[in-house]
Design a protein around this ligand. Structure first.
Ligand code: HXC
Ligand code: NAP
Length: 291
């Protein structure tokens, strides 16, 4: 059931939505669902060939209209070009999904200054560039709109070995909450999704290379004992970018099967205790009364 489409067929009819990093992985999955719900779609990233192939696949699968525009989100002029091409093709733009990201695991002391900056530039600066260019346009043209940012759960917990990404995603979360207030008066809603593990080639090649995927099998970290399905993320994203979520602003919604909380609760490790031991443990804790 969780991998079934959730919203009614025309939930995004007449909307134009731009998805950064829309040629692969989760961006592709969310974009495909937006099209199925009647949206016009613009996908962007650095690799035009990948984008074009995805756009063709998406159009064949959904019958919707997809425009592929090459754009490195680190470059503000390229972002402005995406905006211009979108208006030229579809007349207006209603939603921006900031999904593009860069990441890899490394002990922080092994990173060069440039390695650290390259992640901050894609994730934080890239999201800022897109949000700023689109926001200026929406405010000037008095167009209500929605920004949806893909962060991670370590945007609020922090995480070792992905420190540049944690810093950048934390910054994106701060921007989400700040602009929700500042731009609410213009009819611009700003929200975020914090996904737990959703296996994609892009993420798994950089976070779990080689046999790390078996050693650190993510589903063992999740109380529900499974990883996420792309459609359940797409369902949440479509809801947050649609008018059905019109009163949700400045929110970050976690979709991780309870993963981050399992890591956080002090006594959660007791999960490892076999059930037959609990009778004995109960006797011991009861006998501690009065001691
Ligand atoms: C140490 C590294 C490195 C590594 C690159 N660098 N990889 N340092 N360990 N594994 C250094 C380089 O030596 C260089 O520094 C600097 O980083 C920039 O590298 P470039 O290759 O020139 O950068 P660029 O071509 O811009 O590529 C960016 C990239 C790459 C991030 C390095 O992996 C990329 O294109 N990624 C896009 C897709 C992606 O990452 N997807 C995963 C998102 S997953 P020097 O000093 O040598 O010049 C995600 C999941 C979150 O965010 C949570 C999941 C549970
Ligand atoms: P992915 O397939 O690698 O997606 C990342 C996308 O970003 C790629 O399409 C890439 O395309 C694009 N990109 C990278 N640098 C760019 C740049 N400078 N300019 C424009 N586009 C750029 O990985 P994914 O797993 O789907 O990740 C999607 C989002 O989900 C990311 O924000 C990630 O942090 C987040 N997330 C993923 C997981 C997970 O478990 N998969 C968990 C939490 C959060 P090009 O290389 O063509 O530019």
């Amino acid at each position: 059931m969780y991998n079934q489409p959730m919203l009614k067929d025309d939930a995004l009819k007449g909307k134009t939505i731009v998805v950064t990093g829309g040629g692969t992985g989760l961006g592709k999955a969310m974009g495909t669902y937006f099209l199925k719900l009647g949206a016009n779609l613009v996908i962007t990233s650095r690799k035009l060939e990948v984008l074009q192939k995805t756009a063709d696949e998406m159009a064949t699968e959904t019958g919707g209209q997809v425009l592929a525009v090459q754009c490195d989100v680190r470059d503000y002029e390229q972002v402005e070009n995406v905006l211009a091409k979108t208006i030229e093709k579809f007349g207006k733009v209603d939603g921006l999904l900031n999904n593009a990201a860069g990441n890899f695991i490394s002990p922080t002391e092994r990173l060069s200054a440039n390695a650290f900056s390259s992640i901050i530039d894609i994730v934080l600066k890239g999201t800022v560039n897109c949000t700023l260019a689109f926001g200026k346009h929406w405010i000037a043209s008095k167009q209500p709109a929605t920004v949806l940012n893909i962060v991670t759960t370590y945007a609020f917990t922090g995480s070792a070995y992905v420190v540049p990404s944690a810093c950048a995603k934390g910054g994106v979360l701060a921007m989400t909450r700040s602009l929700a207030v500042e731009w609410g008066k213009y009819g611009i809603r700003t929200n975020a999704i914090a996904p737990g593990p959703f296996p994609t080639k892009g993420a798994w090649d950089r976070l779990l290379p080689g046999d790390l995927a078996e050693k650190f099998d993510f589903k063992n970290r999740v109380p529900l004992k499974r990883v996420g399905d792309n459609q359940e993320l797409a369902n949440l994203a479509a809801f947050l970018i649609s008018d059905f979520s019109s009163y949700i602003n400045g929110e970050v919604i976690t979709i991780d099967g309870g993963e981050w909380l399992q890591g956080a609760g002090q006594m959660n490790g007791l999960e490892a205790i076999p059930s037959e031991m609990w009778d004995m443990l109960e006797q011991m804790t009861r006998s501690a009364k009065g001691s």
